[in-house]
Design a protein. Structure first.
Length: 436
């Protein structure tokens, strides 16, 4: 078993792995912990955000026994464990390995796959992409070359509704109604139409081609390549045709704008069946909240949880008649179950005291500034790095040495920055005004 083969300490870089390059990839994983001010940090990749309840239990056990007791969701639907002891690497690896969360030690940081969280649940989309997800994860773990992907490289599997397509992944598969898929490469203007059955293999081929193109440049993502994404797309098309795939180059649809996050609340599905979509305040979940989620999935749902790239959780397969009461129970433990919660649209990085670079405890500040629901989302950052910030249009609040700077971010550009000196009342009022 994998866990039995793992060492008791954090292993050195695997030869040929992304971490062995000259400019080290600092992205943490499960086997490579990051040293933060509040202890060690592990990032557990959860492809497509899909967890069985047994895996969810293993994460909770790891957080409670080895960390700070909370689970922290990332903007890629992964899970971070914080406050870990410096020597817990072996125990953590065995615990998560036994639950199936570490199918390949060499590939654990490369399994960055986001997927449409409501695919197959609400009747929207062009296809259920679960088959693509399982196939791509298996192909990744079987590929020696794919072990060289950095922890930053991202795959997106979109069922056709455009939600995760909007995230700007390095390799995106977008379902089409005629059992085909569009393959996107970074920000390339073109796309490739391919048969749906061959889509996971095409996505892996695109990633392996990227690695070859990046070998001399040290690029971690498609956007880092010296040439543009369209040049890489042309090379990928040539490789796919050499492999016998039926490909058609097309302009492709415009990439969606906005967050793409699923609506919070009860999601209607097939007759007598529904899903529950909830948000996590500031992306973190306590033991009691996680136990309520897993108990709902185990006893009332299909036995799985789906973590979203918008720091939410979907519980599939609940009864339509019980759905409203089950949602109320989730909201009763502090989860966000609809658009009218003051937490709706509010996000923040870890801030102080967890991050040594942060200039403020932005989570406490975001909590103190809660008020009426704003028209725009707001994200609080403790420094200029803005770790985990959303995409689309949002209010950007950044801590500065003298207070905070508030601006509107749209299409990657910041507009109308306003400096607000220290003081919670003035800050809360300025944020509320910006969110209108």
């Amino acid at each position: 078993m994998l866990a039995a083969m793992l060492p008791s300490a954090i292993p050195p870089p695997v030869p040929g792995d992304a971490s062995a390059r000259d400019r080290g990839d600092a992205c943490p994983g499960t086997l490579r912990l990051h040293r933060a001010d509040d202890g060690a940090l592990a990032r557990v990749r959860v492809p497509g955000g899909v967890l069985t309840v047994a895996q969810a239990d293993a994460l909770q056990e790891a957080a409670g026994r080895l960390g700070d007791g909370e689970l922290h969701l990332t903007s890629r639907g992964n899970v971070q464990l914080r406050g870990l002891g410096p020597d817990c690497g072996g125990e953590l690896a065995r615990l998560l390995g036994d639950s199936g969360l570490l199918p390949s030690a060499r590939h654990e940081r490369a399994r960055n796959i986001v997927a449409s969280p409501l695919s197959g649940l609400d009747g929207r989309g062009e296809r259920d992409i679960r088959g693509w997800l399982l196939a791509l994860d298996r192909l990744l773990c079987d590929s020696d070359a794919a072990a060289g992907l950095s922890g930053r490289f991202l795959f997106a599997l979109d069922d056709g509704r455009g939600d995760v397509d909007a995230l700007g992944a390095d390799v995106t598969l977008l379902a089409r109604g005629d059992d085909h898929a569009l393959l996107r490469i970074g920000a390339a203007k073109g796309a490739v139409l391919i048969p749906g059955a061959q889509a996971p293999q095409a996505a892996l081929s695109a990633a392996e081609t990227f690695l070859e193109e990046a070998a001399d440049s040290g690029a971690w993502r498609v956007a880092d390549l010296p040439g543009d994404a369209d040049s890489l797309l042309g090379t990928v098309v040539g490789r796919l045709r050499q492999a016998g795939l039926d490909t058609t180059v097309t302009a492709g649809p415009a990439r969606p704008q906005g967050s793409g996050a699923p609506a919070l609340g009860v999601v209607s599905g097939p007759p007598d069946e529904a899903a529950l979509s909830v948000g996590l305040p500031l992306g973190r979940v306590s033991t009691a909240q996680w136990q309520t989620l897993t108990a709902t999935a185990r006893h009332q749902g299909s036995g799985e949880l789906r973590l979203t790239p918008w720091r939410g959780v979907v519980v599939p397969g609940v009864g339509q008649r019980q759905a409203a009461d089950l949602l109320d129970a989730l909201c009763a433990v502090g989860l966000i179950g609809g658009p009218y919660s003051p937490w709706t649209g509010v996000g923040a990085c870890i801030g102080r005291p967890g991050c040594g670079r942060s200039l403020a405890d932005v989570r406490a500040e975001a909590t103190a500034a809660l008020g009426a629901v704003g028209a725009l989302p707001v994200y609080w950052s403790g420094c200029e790095r803005r770790c985990g910030h959303p995409r689309g249009e949002w209010v950007d609040v950044v801590a500065t040495p003298d207070g905070h700077r508030i601006s509107l971010t749209r299409d990657g550009e910041r507009h109308g920055p306003v400096d607000v000196p220290g003081g919670s009342r003035a800050l809360a009022a300025a944020v509320a005004t910006a969110r209108r």
